[in-house]
Design a protein around this ligand. Structure first.
Ligand SMILES: C[S@@+](CC[C@H](N)C(=O)[O-])C[C@H]1O[C@@H](n2cnc3c(N)ncnc32)[C@H](O)[C@@H]1O
Length: 296
């Protein structure tokens, strides 16, 4: 939590608190007078964090909400300034390992994939009700899968017979049309695409970043860990735009927009996990951390 903590008695937000692991590390870097807020859209994660961190010395509030709704969360908590914002994107090990949540192609479960189980859209609806052409484009855009067309066509054919309701049925439908050499990687990409659509993950990320910077104190840090290139690209461009400030076309001789830089990048390149971290948690392999400091 080196990159996040600038004041030991400050106010810190962990907007993806999951099981509370990172929040615990943040707590350990702070004095007892600090204020901690954990947010997660998954009620099970909120319950797990509350239980795991019930004895931290700081004032801790754990809220079930979507980080895209940061304004509402801040208003409810009566906060308007924070010293650090942390995001550890994507899904947790707990979510992947719980077959009933439907995130994993390694276990059979309902095609759900909602992080917040009260959400309006399930993967089952996307798979059975979206036009095949839309599935092709979603698998390409959010999964970057080469065999998107074949995968979507196979789904289209299978669902004419009967609805595809489980992760196992989806896997069986896809296996014959994906490259056997890269089967798991392709399945992972298609499941990733579905998860991103069901939870509107990239939209939420686009929404939260500017809000997080608005609430940061000057000198406060934003730290984001991403797990795939689509997320990392959004974070990278956001930080680069805020470091640059001015949005005037390059041919303008002088700036007319008046937008000043608001961030300083603290990581020139994304920070990758050490061998040791990967050994102790293989899912950390694809993690990329970027950090920035608010300067105005
Ligand atoms: C990689 S896990 C975080 C794990 C956590 N850092 C820990 O130490 O246990 C990502 C978490 O972010 C949550 N999440 C993803 N998108 C969210 C969103 N838009 N709003 C709130 N929580 C979100 C997921 O429910 C999941 O629990």
């Amino acid at each position: 939590m080196r990159q996040l903590v600038t004041r030991r008695d400050g106010v810190y937000l962990d907007l993806t608190c999951g099981g509370g692991g990172h929040l615990k590390q943040i707590s350990e870097a702070l004095s007892a007078g600090a204020v901690l807020v954990g947010v997660d859209r998954d009620p099970d994660a909120v319950a797990a964090t509350r239980e795991y961190l019930k004895s931290v010395p700081q004032t801790l509030t754990v809220v079930q909400d979507n980080f895209g709704r940061l304004d509402e969360v801040m208003e409810t908590l009566g906060l308007n300034r924070v010293d650090g914002v942390f995001l550890d994107l994507g899904i947790s090990s707990f979510q992947i390992d719980t077959a009933a949540r439907g995130f994993s192609f390694m276990q059979d479960g309902p095609l759900d994939m909602r992080m917040d189980k009260s959400g309006p859209l399930m993967a089952e609806q996307v798979i059975n009700e979206y036009p095949v052409e839309e599935l092709v484009s979603l698998f390409r855009k959010y999964g970057e899968e080469k065999r998107s067309y074949q995968a979507a066509r196979a789904i289209g054919r299978a669902r004419e017979e009967s609805r595809i309701e489980t992760t196992g049925q989806l896997r069986q439908t896809l296996e014959p049309v994906l490259s056997p050499r890269n089967l798991n990687a392709s399945l992972a990409r298609i499941f990733q695409a579905l998860r991103i659509v069901v939870n509107a993950e990239l939209q939420q990320l686009e929404e939260v970043l500017p809000k997080a910077v608005d609430y940061l104190e000057v000198g406060g840090h934003l730290v984001v860990i991403s797990y795939h290139s689509l997320e990392d690209r959004i974070v990278k461009h956001f930080i680069a735009d805020r470091v640059k400030g001015c949005i005037c076309p390059p041919e303008f001789p002088v700036c007319v927009c008046g937008i000043k830089p608001s961030l300083k990048a603290l990581t020139r390149h994304p920070v990758k996990p050490s061998e040791e971290e990967i050994m102790s948690n293989s899912r950390a392999k694809s993690a990329r951390l970027r950090a920035a400091e608010k300067i105005a």
